[in-house]
Design a protein around this ligand. Sequence first.
Ligand SMILES: [Zn+2]
Ligand SMILES: [Zn+2]
Length: 351
Amino acid sequence: MRANVFHRPNEIRLEEVPRPQAGFGEAVIRITLTTICGTDLHIVRGEYPVKPGLVIGHEPVGVIQELGEGVTGYDVGDRVMTGAITPCGQCRACLSAQWAQCGHEHGYEALGGWRFGNTINGAQAEYLLVPNAQANLAKIPNELSDEQVVLLADIASTGFSGAESAKIKIGDTVVIFAQGPIGLCSTAGAKLLGAWLIIGVESDPVRMKMSKQMGANIVLDPKQCDVVAEVKRLTSGGADVAIEALGLQETFENCLRCLRPGGTLSSLGVYSGKLAVPYDAFAAGIGDYRIVTTLCPGGKERMRRLMSMVQSGRFDPTPLLTHRFSLEQIVEAYDLFGSRRDGVLKVAIKP
Ligand SMILES: [Zn+2]
Ligand SMILES: [Zn+2]
């Protein structure tokens, strides 16, 4: 089969690799649509290490090609998707409701639930082996197209979780730093959870416009204003919730500075190097602040819930799919996505 293989930093190639076969509890799906994540860019740039020879990508939509023994309630030919994170559903982490930190059957492991394109072959290929299929294959309702569900695997699940982990309440004020695909989904999540004022922070004009479309009341351009002062003014003293969706010291710190005492910083960013908490922004540790982090929730029940949101018309992720490529053009797709040219938000990749 054809697959996008990571060889070394800045070297990925579409090449021929063996097609996977389903063992006990596993399934093979024929990929009909996938996409590229910002995390894949970190891998390609050598900022997140994976082993050479790995097929990357973690956002699969497809059709069941083969079912291993022990997987029941599915048929070959069923349209399915899985989350980017594939919890086993049986380990200590999973049974403690920490599915994303699934421990490969023994205890806990940070990022352990993230397997596709991390610890096992991923979705940017013609076929994909799904581990723990019973816990992860989510059937796609007939009315939903591949394009309507592909972004639920990771960015919508992650973006919404940033809002959910913050425990946003009806009437809250929320500021979201960065309106890339995940930040945009956090904006949509904050709206669904009942925030009255949603402030996006973004300077790219395409993303600023999309931020309004996803539910922001106001979008502040950090190149044009003092965001912290402006948020404090708009919220009469500080936001209830600040969501960090970029992964930089500056935005993390500004999130903290935008909060009212007792407010919640919900961090989705993936940081590199050192991350510091300035004592003044943190009221020396006694400002009743809450800092929470979340890795993309996965599993078939999470996917079913997200698909229900799309099916009912309460959330539409399709405006975020701005460009379309075949699997054969994937290196070109990476180049466009990585350079953020041409107003790109997410690219659809069709094998
Ligand atoms: Zn991702
Ligand atoms: Zn587990």
